[in-house]
Ligand binder design. Structure first.
Ligand code: G1P
Length: 288
């Protein structure tokens, strides 16, 4: 199961961030000084995935520009002798090869993934959702690639969520006996269900999937919210091939939610030596 390509859906409207997301794609909102999408791409490339396909919509063109080489800017920084910034700008634009496909209708996550079919072809591939920021020593998608390789199985990332947040997620019903530490056989999955959830183990936006999922998505009918749900296609895939849920090592922030976004900014900001003392002083002052 060698994974060399990742699908990153970025076509969503980002209504939770209106009015800001009216003019700037939410994927470009910065966590400290890098757009959210930078961390997502960085996770893929640290796991050895170089080819990214963004599933985009109108108004999202700046995401591709962000990963493009900007000769004018590089020359400017070089002349100015700002080598650290030059290094950063260069790194991101050379690390990954970016492609894009348009999702012409907003028919749901499953439909967005299906839009990338021609680019992926017949290979297993990764999916990374931009709202889920995973902070981990070893990239989350890389951890999952190892599990997929070892068990020759599709893998979905899982994370325990509080009871009152369950209805926001796809929820897994794991076999009570784990396959290994952090690895579960998926018995069942349900998408955004308020009543009788099978557990508190949520699906997080990282997946390692076989190309077979595209055939399944072709005939997946609209589900929750009238959208073609990836979870519904996964339920069908699980009938053919045991899917594994993997409780990754690392912390996860919901960057698609205003609180999660501010939380990530604070935590990532506190890691910056030039910001930490002032941020701590500010927090202390606010708590007094
Ligand atoms: C999607 C999936 C859901 C998953 C979530 C993770 O939902 O459909 O199963 O739990 O991502 O972030 P969305 O947040 O796109 O509505």
């Amino acid at each position: 199961m060698k994974v060399t390509k990742a699908v990153i859906p970025v076509a969503g409207l980002g209504t939770r961030f209106l009015p800001a997301s009216k003019v700037v794609a939410k994927e470009l909102f910065p966590i400290v000084d890098r757009p959210t999408i930078h961390y997502i791409a960085e996770e893929a490339w640290r796991a050895g995935i170089r080819q990214l396909v963004f599933v985009t919509a109108s108004g999202k063109g700046a995401i591709e520009d962000y990963f493009d080489i900007d000769n004018g800017l590089e020359l400017f920084l070089e002349k100015k002798g700002d080598l650290e910034r030059l290094r950063m700008i260069r790194e991101i634009s050379r690390a990954v090869e970016v492609h894009s496909v348009r999702q012409k209708q907003q028919l749901g996550l499953g439909h967005a993934i299906l839009s990338a079919r021609n680019f992926i072809g017949d290979e297993p591939f990764a999916v990374l959702l931009g709202d889920d920021l995973v902070d981990a020593k070893k990239p989350c998608i890389g951890q999952m690639m190892q599990v997929a390789e070892k068990y020759k199985a599709p893998v979905i990332a899982a994370f325990r969520v509080p009871e009152d947040k369950i209805e926001r997620y796809g929820i897994i019903d794991p076999d009570p006996r784990p396959v290994a530490k952090r690895v579960w056989n998926v018995r069942r999955m349900v998408e955004k269900k308020r009543i009788d959830p099978p557990s508190n183990l949520a699906i997080i936006g990282r997946y390692i999937l076989p190309a077979r999922i595209f055939d399944i998505l072709e005939s997946t009918q609209p589900g929750v919210g009238g959208e073609i749900q990836l979870t519904d296609a996964l339920i069908a895939l699980n009938q053919e091939h045991q899917i594994l849920a993997y409780e990754f090592e690392g912390d996860r922030y919901d960057a698609g939610d205003i609180f999660g976004f501010i939380q990530a900014n604070l935590i990532y900001g506190l890691r910056r030596p030039e910001l930490k003392p002032r941020l701590l002083a500010l927090l202390k002052q606010l708590c007094e």
